[in-house]
Structures are given as structure tokens and as C-alpha cells.
Write a new protein. Structure first.
Length: 206
């Protein structure tokens, strides 16, 4: 009766097998980590864009309600590329606050100032309170946050958007354009959001 020789793995074969197994585990780990980081980034970008969308909707609402200031000033005080100052009863308390929207250092902020005195009322210099409307904004110098349009838009494309700083008496419509990214240069392309808002109380002005 013949017996077959049973050979185990040689040391070299075992080392090769361990090396292949180790490389496979490393590759799987790297793939998993890359996938996890990518999914985490996408999730965080989604959260950031959702928060910015909420802030953008608030801006649109406040700007739409722009009205004459309680000191008699025109509804729009100043309008520039990354800064807009209006009067609006944003908290619906019957008082027209001065709202100062400003993009700076990756944040869209809103300064709030209430008028003082009885008659005539006046607005103190500077912002009494500042709140963050949107964060993770990455607009650059070539991409303003605000664009302004006169009463002839959209028929007159040549003169719209108007030059900034804008003549506030000519503004009837504004566009807000925001680019969002939680980590510029490392993740996917920026998320872009924009919204047009009409100054309702200025519709009948000429």
C-alpha cells in the first residue's frame, strides 16, 4: 500500500501568503478610509448647504420687505458687491430696523440696528447686534454676493446688472449668489446657490 507524501507550506510560501494577505488588508483599509472620508465630506457639505439655504431664504424675506426707514430715509441705504444696507421690519414689531448684510471672512452676517428717540427718530452709527446668516461661503473677488437690477430688467440686458456701488434709487431687483465649500481645494466643486428678490415697496417708484 502506497502512501502519498503530505507536505505542508514551506516558510517561503507562508511568508508570501502573509505578504499578500497584508497587502490586501492594507488596500481594503485604504479604500474603506477613502470611502469613509468621502462620505463624511459629502454629509458635511450637505449640512452646510442646508444651513446656507435657510439663511438665504431669510435674507430674501427681509430684503423683500424693505421699506422707508423710521428716520425718513429711503428703503435702501447703500448697495455694493458684498454689502447691502436696507431698512426693514424684520421681526414684525412695527419698528423699521436698519439691516446691514455683509460678506466677510467666509461668513454672511446681518447687523441689526433699531432707531432711537421719538420724533424724529435716528439710527445710531454701527450695528447694535450682529448675527451670522450663512457660513462656509467661498465667493472670491471676482464673484460678488450681490447683483442689482433696475426697472428695465430683463428687457435691458446691456445696463444690467447695474454698476456698483449702485445708485439706490435705480434698484428694483437684487440677486444673491453664494458659493459654499467646507474645505476649498480639497473636496468636490463648490455648491452654488442663488436667488432673485424684488423690493416690493419700490415697485411704483420711478
Amino acid at each position: 500500500m502506497f502512501q502519498k507524501n503530505k507536505k505542508g507550506m514551506t516558510i517561503i510560501e507562508m511568508l508570501i501568503a502573509i505578504a499578500i494577505f497584508t497587502i490586501g488588508i492594507q488596500g481594503f483599509t485604504m479604500l474603506f478610509m477613502k470611502s469613509w472620508k468621502s462620505n463624511a465630506y459629502i454629509f458635511e457639505m450637505g449640512q452646510a448647504s442646508s444651513a446656507v439655504s435657510e439663511g438665504l431664504n431669510k435674507m430674501v424675506k427681509y430684503i423683500r420687505m424693505a421699506r422707508q426707514g423710521d428716520d425718513g430715509n429711503y428703503a435702501i441705504k447703500s448697495a455694493d458687491d458684498n454689502e447691502l444696507v436696507i431698512f426693514s421690519d424684520y421681526d414684525k414689531d412695527g419698528i423699521g430696523e436698519r439691516l446691514h448684510f455683509k460678506f466677510e471672512n467666509g461668513q454672511m452676517t446681518m447687523g441689526i440696528t433699531k432707531p432711537t428717540g421719538s420724533y424724529p427718530k435716528t439710527y445710531p452709527d454701527g450695528d447694535q447686534e450682529t448675527v451670522i446668516i450663512a457660513d462656509k461661503i467661498v465667493n472670491d473677488s471676482e464673484t460678488p454676493v450681490f447683483y442689482y437690477f433696475n426697472k428695465d430688467y430683463p428687457g435691458d440686458q446691456a445696463n444690467n446688472p447695474v454698476a456698483t456701488p449702485a445708485d439706490v434709487s435705480n434698484i428694483r431687483l437684487a440677486k444673491i449668489f453664494l458659493k459654499i465649500n467646507i474645505d476649498p481645494g480639497k473636496g468636490p466643486e463648490n455648491i452654488e446657490m442663488q436667488s432673485f428678490v424684488e423690493f416690493r415697496n419700490l415697485n411704483d417708484y420711478n
